[in-house]
Design a protein around this ligand. Structure first.
Ligand code: CAA
Length: 248
């Protein structure tokens, strides 16, 4: 597959699925910017460790749940002479609880971080993509945005909302060379899934037809394809990768 080198920005790109996506885009020959939580003290060490493995990343702090913070991050990126051609809205959190126990703060944090963030972070980059006539936006949803999940009214709502955003924006940008797609991973071998109580997690894994958790690199390879020139005809899609746990 021949393709031009672009610049990609991955939110939450320093851990879990985001880290795998950052590495896959780097492997595909792109320059990669990793956006991480502001003041994150682990990032410098992480960048050094990645560099020792041959991966060079630029890094910017941003609170994706905050509109002004995202604007400022975009200004910082531009001030450093970087343009963003590929945006992966990956940053996300869980605050699992049944609705009866879920506090307003747990609803707000998840909706703001997982859903408002797609608006906050896409907004400052979309105009330039449209002007250049090329762009790729990949929004990370979840199997639980498609099927719902006990204990995740907040997360499921946010992840279903992500695909609504994708479908609407895809229509607005289709004529201008900018594709917008959703990737909906199932349960992956990440810290987020490791945080699910062991017994519950085992029950979930037992229900995955492939019989194991997914590897972040497996989902990252899909994101790299969607970000490539080869995927120009693909827009407004939701692509699932969940080991057969939810087939729709
Ligand atoms: N369906 C129906 N009933 C269920 C159930 C289910 N899936 N799970 C639990 N219950 C029942 C229990 O049997 C229990 O019933 P009784 O009161 O009659 O005994 C009742 O619901 C309460 O269950 P819990 O004890 O589990 O309640 P809790 O308040 O202690 O915990 C919870 C609730 C925190 C949501 C816990 O169930 C949990 O963590 N579940 C996992 C949620 C999950 O899958 N999160 C995914 C995180 S990873 C991620 O989000 C990434 C991604 O995109 C995939």
């Amino acid at each position: 597959m021949t393709q031009q080198q672009r610049t990609a920005l991955v939110t939450g790109g320093n851990r879990g699925l985001g880290e795998a996506i950052a590495r896959a885009l780097h492997d595909a020959g792109h320059a990669v910017i990793v956006a991480h939580t502001p003041g994150n003290r682990t990032v410098a060490g992480w960048i050094e460790a990645q560099a020792r493995q041959g991966y060079s990343f630029a890094a910017y702090g941003v609170d994706v749940s905050d509109y002004e913070s995202a604007q400022q991050m975009a200004r910082n990126v531009r001030a450093d002479g970087r343009q963003v051609d590929i945006l992966v809205n990956n940053a996300g959190i869980t605050r699992d609880a049944t609705l009866r126990k879920l506090e307003k703060a747990g609803w707000d944090a998840v909706l703001r971080t997982n859903l408002d963030s797609t608006f906050n972070v896409t907004k400052p980059f979309i105009d330039a993509m449209l002007q250049r006539g090329w762009g790729r936006i990949v929004n990370i949803s979840s199997i639980n945005g498609s099927k719902g999940q006990f204990g995740q009214t907040n997360y499921s709502a946010s992840k279903a909302g992500v695909h609504g955003f994708t479908m609407a924006l895809a229509q607005e940008t289709a004529r201008k060379g900018v594709t917008v797609n959703t990737v909906a991973p199932g349960y992956l071998d990440t810290e987020m899934v490791a945080a699910v109580p062991a017994e519950t997690r085992q029950r979930i894994v037992d229900a995955i037809p492939v019989g194991r958790l997914g590897k972040p690199a497996e989902v990252a390879a899909l994101v790299a394809f969607i970000a490539s020139d080869a995927a120009a005809f693909m827009t407004g899609s939701k692509v699932s990768m969940n080991g057969g746990q939810h087939m729709a």
